[in-house]
Design a protein. Structure first.
Ligand code: PLP
Length: 449
C-alpha cells in the first residue's frame, strides 16, 4: 500500500474535531490513523506496518478481514440486514446453536447482547431474579465492563471515578501466587487460602443475601492470572453450598484465546451463567451474550424475563458469529492457539524472561500471556507503581515506544505487557513478535535495579 501522509493527517484531524475517545483526556491523545488491516497486521498512512500483539482489545481472535467472515456479513446485509429481537431469524438461531453446542455443561440457552458489559449486566439481573437475593461478589483484580453494574463489579482503577455505588457489590481477593494477597508460597496454599477468604467473606456478608459470584475464568486485563488447580472447582462448591449463582466471565478468555473454546474447560468447571463477547465473532460486528443453564432458564419459562435490547441477536452480528465459529472449527483455530501457547509463544516468552532482568514472571496459556515487568526480580517490585501516570510511568512508556519502533503493537496495562496475538497467527508471526519484544525489553531492562 502506498503511503499517503496527507490522507492520514486529514483522518486524524477529522477524528480530533469530533470523536470523543474512551478512557482518555481528549486534549492529550494522539490516535494513530489506521489505513488498513489484514490478518495479524495493520498499517498507517505513513508506511508503517505493525504486528498486532493486542488483537485490538483482545478480540480479533481470527485476525483482521478474514475473507469468509467479511463475505458472510456482506451476504447477510444483502439478505436481511436487521430484524427485531422478538422474531425467529435463521441466522440468530444458528448462532445460538453453534454457541450452545460449545459452552460447557447445560449452558444451552443464549441471550444475546451487543457486547461484554451488557452481558454482565444481564447475567447479574438473571442471578438476582433467580435467587431473589441482591449482593454480587467480584474480584479486586478484574475487569467486567464500563456500564453501571459492570464497572462497579470491576476491580481495577477504571472503576474509581464511577464508584457511586452499585448497591450490593462486594469485592474479594482471588488467587494470584506471584503477588499473593495471602502470603502463600505454593499454588495449593494460595488456592486453599483464597477459598477460605471467599467463604469468610460470604459468612460475614450473609450467605442468604448473595445472588452471585462473578469471576473471569482467567482474569484478562487485570493480569492473566491462571487460577491455581482446585480454585474454580472450590468456588463452584461454595456456590452450591450457599445457593449462590456462579457466573464466569469469558468475554476475553472465551472463543479460543486459552487454546480451548472456553477457558472453563481447562478447569473442569461448569458455571450457572457464562458471559461472552469479543471472540464470538472477532468483533467484526458488535455481539455479546449470556449462556444460561437449564435451571436458571426455567425460572423464566412462565415468568417474563425483564430485560432486552433493541439489537439483541442482530442478524449482521449473528451472521458474523456463525461464519467465525465455522472458520474456527474448519481451520482448527482453537487447536492452533493451544499449539502456539505450548510450543512457540509460551517457551519463547519464558526464554525472554531468563535473559531479561525486567521480566519478573511469565504466565498464561494459548495466546493469552502476561509478562509481569519488575524493577527487581528478587523483590518483585513492579517496574512502575500501581496505576502510575506521567513521569512515574516513563519506563513502561519507553518499553511501548521501543516495541512500536520495532514494528510490534504491544498491549500494556500498568507494569505488564500482554502477548495476545490472534489465535490464528502463524508461527513466523509469533516469532517476529518475540524478536520485537526482545528488543523492547532491553529498554525496560535499563529501568531495573
Ligand atoms: N468482561 C471482560 C472479562 C472483559 O475483558 C471486557 C472487556 O474488555 C468486558 C467484560 C466488557 O466488554 P465490552 O467492552 O464489550 O463491554
Amino acid at each position: 500500500v502506498e503511503p499517503d501522509p496527507q490522507a492520514g493527517a486529514a483522518v486524524k484531524a477529522a477524528d480530533r474535531a469530533h470523536v470523543f475517545h474512551s478512557w482518555s483526556a481528549q486534549g492529550l491523545i494522539d490516535p494513530l490513523a489506521v489505513a488498513g488491516a489484514e490478518g495479524s497486521y495493520f498499517w498507517d498512512y505513513d508506511g508503517n506496518r505493525y504486528l498486532d500483539f493486542t488483537s485490538g482489545l483482545v478480540y480479533t481472535n481470527i485476525g483482521y478481514q478474514h475473507p469468509k467472515v467479511v463475505a458472510a456479513i456482506q451476504e447477510q446485509a444483502g439478505k436481511l440486514a436487521t430484524f427485531a429481537p422478538a422474531f425467529a431469524v435463521d441466522v440468530r438461531s444458528e448462532a445460538a446453536r453453534l454457541i450452545a453446542e460449545r459452552t460447557p455443561g447445560d449452558l444451552d440457552k443464549i441471550f444475546f447482547t451487543n457486547g461484554g458489559a451488557e452481558a454482565v449486566e444481564n447475567a447479574v439481573r438473571m442471578a438476582r431474579l433467580h435467587t431473589g437475593r441482591h449482593k454480587v461478589l467480584s474480584a479486586f483484580r478484574s475487569y467486567h465492563g464500563a456500564t453501571s453494574t459492570a464497572i462497579n463489579l470491576t476491580g481495577d482503577p477504571r472503576r474509581w471515578a464511577s464508584d457511586t455505588g452499585s448497591a450490593g457489590v462486594v469485592r474479594f481477593w482471588a488467587p494470584f501466587l506471584y503477588r499473593s494477597p495471602f502470603y502463600a508460597t505454593t499454588e495449593a496454599e494460595e488456592s486453599a487460602r483464597a477459598l477460605q477468604h471467599l467463604e469468610d467473606t460470604i459468612a460475614f456478608e450473609g450467605p442468604a443475601t448473595i445472588a452471585a459470584i462473578i469471576l473471569e475464568t482467567v482474569p484478562g486485563t487485570a493480569g492473566i492470572m491462571t487460577p491455581p488447580p482446585g480454585y474454580l472447582a472450590g468456588v463452584r462448591e461454595i456456590c452450591d453450598k450457599y445457593g449462590i449463582v456462579f457466573v464466569l466471565d469469558e468475554v476475553m478468555a472465551g472463543f479460543g484465546r486459552t487454546g480451548k473454546w472456553f477457558a472453563a474447560e481447562h478447569f473442569d468447571v461448569v458455571p450457572d451463567l457464562m458471559t461472552f463477547a469479543k471472540g464470538v465473532n472477532s468483533g467484526y460486528v458488535p455481539l455479546g451474550g449470556v449462556a444460561i443453564n437449564a435451571e436458571i432458564a426455567a425460572t423464566f419459562d412462565k415468568r417474563p424475563y425483564p430485560g432486552g435490547l433493541t439489537y439483541s441477536g442482530h442478524p449482521l452480528a449473528c451472521a458474523a458469529a456463525v461464519a467465525t465459529i465455522n472458520v474456527m472449527a474448519d481451520e482448527k483455530v482453537v487447536e492452533h492457539a493451544a499449539h502456539l501457547g505450548e510450543n512457540v509463544l509460551g517457551p519463547g516468552l519464558r526464554e525472554l524472561a531468563e535473559r531479561h532482568p525486567s521480566v519478573g514472571e511469565v504466565r498464561g496459556m494459548g495466546v493469552f500471556w502476561a509478562l509481569d515487568l519488575v524493577k527487581n526480580k528478587e523483590t518483585r517490585e513492579p517496574l512502575v507503581p500501581y496505576n502510575a501516570a506521567g513521569e512515574a510511568n516513563a519506563p513502561m512508556a519507553a518499553f511501548g515506544a521501543a516495541a512500536k519502533k520495532n514494528g510490534l503493537w504491544p498491549f500494556i496495562n500498568m507494569n505488564r505487557t500482554h502477548a495476545v496475538p490472534a489465535c490464528n497467527a502463524s508461527e513466523a508471526e509469533v516469532k517476529e513478535g518475540l524478536a520485537a519484544l526482545d528488543a523492547a525489553l532491553s529498554v525496560a531492562d535499563e529501568h531495573t535495579a
